[in-house]
Design a protein around this ligand. Structure first.
Ligand code: ATP
Ligand code: MG
Length: 388
């Protein structure tokens, strides 16, 4: 019997919640990632207890409970050690492609069957003993992301599963994408239009944060899924970008990868936050400007570095040798001259002073941020600028 040995199994708050419930199994990402020696993820617990009973038992043990998704049987236990999601075993009975109507069950095999992929339907008891009703373990070992049941039927129940298929393939899949699953995604790609853009956005964030999402995105492209979500996008330079990131050891940034698919404002399609939208717009502007040093000075290192990487990937070339040091220096540079310095040197406050300051800033940027205050003041008077 396979047994998990993860440290989280014995964390006091995990034990406390399981003790309170009396019966519960770990399931989903936490079990899958533990079996892969992957990163810890949030802990989901499945239980045959009905939601009311879950709430009653947790409260009886003095644990704070929030009914986060009561309609589909989920409550969240909040403890000092962390939060855990507890969901009653389910059997999905009907669905409109976006939202399943649920029936609760006390049968682990039924609960497994309503999940999306075999590798996400592996359970573990509190000792870590693996319970695997659908043989997800062998798919996991072979890194095969496989729908439970008939792929097209499962997608018709919930079109988000199309995006989850590619996301899990990017994170946990092997070199080959499951052909039957891919064909069903291609056939039903239209259904993606019915999804809330926000959910599509979260899937893209996670997909593009995988170490190498390029093969999965290429599969999304050939199946028509990519264009359905991001009109005008193409996966062309993503693989080159990922390769550059690896070569240059730059940290993964999903936003840079998104722009490698198309230098557009994707905020509508992905319901991005204001901050994300502003970042993307700044990177697109920087690419158009084509002056990374200036961008780093005005908009910071991250924006400039993204622009450099996207341009390099698009042109299939390496960025110039010391780009990082140059951008870091530019981002940290502080203009040594202030209006007060000019006033102290005899200038009258007013538009002319502003102009002179801007002129001095251009000279300073041109010097590679090296000129000091005295030099800049001197250069202003050398150029014929005089205090008025
Ligand atoms: P992550 O590491 O991203 O949290 P996860 O596998 O835990 O991965 P969740 O979205 O947290 O993913 O979902 C938890 C589990 O619930 C999944 O492993 C899967 O068994 C089930 N699940 C989630 N979303 C769906 C869905 N749309 N259709 C079917 N089952 C789903
Ligand atoms: Mg999870």
């Amino acid at each position: 019997m396979t047994r998990l040995l993860s440290a989280w199994l014995t964390k006091p708050h995990v034990i406390q919640v399981l003790d309170a419930l009396g019966v519960g199994y770990f399931v989903g990402g936490c079990v899958r990632n533990a079996l892969l020696d992957g990163e810890d993820t949030d802990i989901d617990i499945a239980t045959p207890l009905l939601p009311d009973e879950v709430i009653r038992r947790l409260r009886f043990a003095g644990i704070q409970v929030v009914p986060t998704g009561l309609a589909h049987g989920t409550v969240t236990a909040i403890t000092e050690g962390g939060t855990l999601e507890i969901t009653t075993f389910r059997a999905d009975v009907s669905t409109d492609g976006r939202r399943a109507t649920v029936a609760f069950s006390d049968n682990i095999a039924l609960d497994a069957a309503r999940r999306d992929f075999t590798m996400n339907a592996i359970y573990a008891d509190r000792q870590g003993n693996v319970i695997d009703p659908l043989d997800g373990l062998s798919d996991l070992q072979e890194r095969r992301v496989r729908f439970i049941g008939c792929p097209s039927a499962r997608i018709r129940e919930d079109f988000l599963r199309i995006l989850r298929f590619f996301r899990f393939h990017a994170w946990y899949g092997g070199p080959d994408v499951d052909a039957e699953g891919l064909a069903a995604c291609a056939e039903l790609a239209d259904g993606l239009d019915t999804l809330a853009r926000e959910r599509v956005g979260w899937e893209f964030r996670k997909l593009l944060s995988a170490v190498d999402p390029a093969p999965a995105v290429a599969s999304m492209e050939v199946s028509g899924v990519l264009l359905r979500c991001l009109p005008g996008a193409n996966a062309g330079s993503l693989a080159t970008l990922v390769h550059l990131e690896d070569l240059l050891e730059v940290p993964i940034d999903w936003r840079t990868r998104l722009l490698a698919l198309g230098k557009s404002d994707w905020s509508k399609q992905l319901r991005l936050s204001r901050g994300e939208q502003q970042h993307l717009a700044a990177v697109v502007q920087a690419i158009e400007l084509g002056d990374a040093v200036m961008t780093a000075y005005h908009s910071g290192y991250d924006v400039a570095a993204s622009a450099v990487l996207i341009s390099a990937a698009g042109g299939a070339e390496m960025p110039p040798g010391n780009w990082r040091a140059e951008l870091l220096e530019a981002a940290a540079a502080e203009f040594p001259l202030a209006a007060q310095d000019l006033i102290d040197a005899g200038w009258e406050p007013g538009p002319k002073l502003g102009e002179a300051l801007r002129e001095a800033e251009t000279t300073w940027i041109g010097s590679g941020f090296r000129s000091d205050r005295a030099e800049l003041l001197r250069s202003l008077s050398d150029q014929g600028n005089r205090p008025v």
